[in-house]
Design a protein around this ligand. Structure first.
Ligand SMILES: *Cc1c(COP(=O)(O)O)cnc(C)c1O
Length: 428
């Protein structure tokens, strides 16, 4: 019987045998010892599996990746040094100069920049599409050299909910994998593979770590995409790799092809490994993910409902509210309809009032972060997107008055009391 998420959070990954440490050890070692030259040579040729250098693989990291793979229902996973590295590797593993991919336009700002600016410099082009558009409309963005479709389950900070089944249909009709950044709902609330997604990425920096301790990322492969069927599109996976004596990943590693290539090629050459210390801390975060996420959502629901009733509030966006255009989709795609702990809203009076409100908060702190135990708040127009004019903000789907409120796991009454006193201060 497959185990439930709660059991996997606590026990998946590290499974000590007789007399081994109960807790996942930190393999604080750059290197690993072998008895013969031949044993080491076989590792370099990928004829045998084993550890030789932590830039490629480390046992602590692998056990944590295994836990995340189990939670997502995937066949293999790898940790990366950040969420940015995870999204870069996820695309770069199957795209090279001259290739193209399609992405939802409403995605995390850092990913938008990575795709639209930095990857363009590498000769990889992206077309951004409105994820809420019809299948016919999105189809128009595809070209013969398109290699992937990308989106976020819940976009940060716009909080739009992606119709994963719709995106999977479009991707598969075009013979490319669907890659989804599942950072905000986490596998506790949504498992994109169940809706046809092929590859999942995470910024583990957020709810998975959950305590704002470590920056990290993860890529999980469902093992479901048939690379060989589209042999010509994905030569990097299906054709011989000269840097490994002509081995072809799909032939040698089957369902493990995608993650193996990302490990032995991209990690080898680009080296965005997660520190084993950080993987250890991430693992502790994961042990309570199933307890924390529902509490974040319960508190966020209360905060959203409270805000909706206040006369000072112009609008509230949270998919748990019946007023949300994503309410139905959230009910279908998310466990108990629960999305995440992040709520966005606007105050009447715009930018200036938003700043006054935020400066008046006491319990909830201003931080460039989301999704950790402590309630924190950010005003994109004054912080992450401060170089943009109101018009540019709107073009990026961010209202100038948007306040991103990341609801923590404190008592909801105390969070609401803090909002209440800050709201009363803006009237003065
Ligand atoms: C934060 C975030 C990222 C980037 O992750 P880092 O760990 O900060 O590099 C990517 N996607 C989403 C949805 C995020 O929220």
């Amino acid at each position: 019987m497959t185990q439930k998420a709660s059991t996997l959070c606590v026990q998946a990954g590290w499974k000590p045998t007789n007399g081994e440490p109960r807790i996942l050890p930190i393999y604080q070692s750059t290197t690993f010892k072998y008895d013969t030259t031949e044993q080491m040579a076989d590792l370099f040729d990928l004829k045998a599996s084993g550890y030789f250098y932590t830039r490629l693989q480390n046992p602590t990291n692998d056990k944590v990746a295994e836990k995340i793979a189990a939670l997502e229902g995937g066949v293999a996973a790898m940790l990366t040094s950040s969420g940015q590295a995870a999204n870069f590797y996820a695309i770069f593993n199957i795209c090279q100069a001259g290739d193209h991919f399609v992405s939802a336009a409403s995605i995390y700002g850092g990913t938008y920049n990575l795709f639209g600016v930095t990857m363009k410099k590498l000769g990889i082009e992206v077309t951004f599409v409105d994820a809420d558009a019809s299948e016919e409309e999105i189809q128009k963005a595809f070209r013969p050299n398109t290699k992937a479709l990308f989106g976020e389950t819940i976009a940060n900070p716009v909080l739009s909910v992606l119709d994963i089944e719709k995106f999977a249909r479009i991707a598969h009709k075009n013979g490319v994998p669907l890659i989804i950044d599942n950072t905000f709902p986490t596998p506790i609330n949504c498992r994109p593979f169940e809706f046809g997604c092929d590859i999942v990425t995470h910024s583990t920096t957020k709810y998975m770590d959950g305590h704002a301790m470590t920056v990290g990322g993860c890529i999980v492969d469902s093992g479901n995409f048939d690379w060989e069927k589209y042999h010509d599109k994905f030569p990097g996976l299906t054709e011989p790799d000269e840097s490994y004596h002509g081995l072809a990943y799909t032939k040698s590693f089957g369902k493990g092809a995608y993650i193996t290539k990302a490990t032995v090629q991209l990690m080898r050459d680009l080296g965005s490994i997660q520190a084993p210390q950080n993987a250890f801390l991430l693992n502790i975060g994961l042990e309570t993910l199933h307890l924390r996420v529902p509490r974040h959502c319960e508190n966020a629901q209360k905060v959203a409902e409270y805000l909706e009733k206040r006369p000072e509030v112009a609008w509230v966006n949270y998919s748990g509210l019946k007023s949300s255009p994503y309410y139905e989709l959230a009910q279908k795609q998310f466990r108990d309809g629960q999305s995440c702990g992040v709520v966005t809203f606007g105050l009447k009076g715009g930018r200036d009032v938003a700043i006054k409100f935020m400066d008046s908060l006491k319990l909830c702190c201003i931080a460039t972060h989301v999704a950790d135990a402590r309630t924190c708040v950010l005003h994109p127009a004054s912080h992450t997107h401060r170089q943009l004019s109101d018009e540019q903000l709107l073009a990026a789907g961010i209202q100038p008055d948007l306040i991103r409120f990341s609801v923590g796991i404190e008592d909801a009454d105390d969070i609401i009391a803090d909002i209440e006193q800050a709201l009363s201060s803006i009237k003065q």
